[in-house]
Ligand binder design. Structure first.
Ligand code: HPA
Length: 244
């Protein structure tokens, strides 16, 4: 069963034919909200709003362990993470859709593993390729089938937030190889890996990263909102094709 984690701009999946909602208890505390179960294109799917249904949980306070555990516990066979990002690479413009292929993690202080605490054996998961190859390919194919243009790769920098970056920080991220920047990609991806759940991401460029493009004078939140609304519609179409 496909699981979709929706971020800013995707707090509901309009094409999810809802059957029920369930609040899952986990050993790691409370997930961001109830899981919504239903069907997308006739196939069973589940949806979770990363920041809560009222968008009240900031990136550094999301209980990533509880979210991923809850989906895993309810039998998810693959997770598509939808998240908005800032564009660093010059060809990435607001509204564009990107399927990242690599991650650099700049977050700190987040609970980022299941392998800790009393009685745990020391475990090091392989994370050379942070996203599931087959799931990434399935997204790329679905987008191409429905004729929605997407960028087929990007290095995702996960920053701590909740503030946006300085222009100098974005320059540094670019030097270090990052193409897009967001606040929620980690530890979500590695937690899915730890539980053996295939995980891939769909990123929507909400804005030029700080100091780039029209963000030279600062980043406007009204502009971000309107970009996201339109782009998430295209993301829904890709997911519908992927699920069907
Ligand atoms: N930086 C970090 N996270 C983001 C941004 C950004 O510019 N835009 C959307 N999420």
């Amino acid at each position: 069963m496909l699981g979709i984690i929706g971020g800013s701009g995707l707090t509901q999946l309009a094409n999810l034919d809802v059957s029920h909602r369930e609040v899952v208890r986990t050993p790691y505390g409370e997930p961001s909200g109830a899981i919504t179960f239903g069907q997308v294109s006739g196939r069973p799917a589940m949806f979770l709003a990363r920041h809560g249904y009222g968008h009240t949980i900031p990136p550094h306070e999301v209980n990533y362990r509880a979210n991923i555990w809850a989906l895993w516990n309810r039998g998810v066979t693959g997770i598509i993470s939808v998240a908005s990002v800032g564009g660093i690479r010059v060809d990435l413009r607001p509204g564009d859709i990107v399927i990242p292929h690599q991650i650099i993690d700049y977050t700190w202080g987040r609970k980022s593993t299941y392998h800790e605490g009393q009685g745990c054996t020391v475990t090091h998961v392989d994370f050379t390729e942070p996203y599931d190859k087959a799931l990434r390919q399935a997204i790329l194919l679905a987008a191409s089938d429905v004729g929605i243009p997407i960028h087929t790769g990007a290095v995702y920098a996960a920053t701590q937030g909740p503030r946006l970056e300085t222009a100098a920080e974005i320059n540094r991220l670019e030097r270090e190889g990052a193409d897009v920047v967001g606040m929620t990609g980690m530890p979500e991806a590695v937690l899915a890996r730890e539980l053996g759940v295939p995980y891939a991401a769909i990123n929507v460029i909400a804005n030029y990263a700080a100091g780039r493009g029209d963000s030279k004078e600062g980043i406007s939140f009204e502009a971000i909102e309107s970009v996201l609304q339109e782009s998430m519609q295209r993301v829904r179409v890709v997911i519908e094709r992927l699920a069907g």
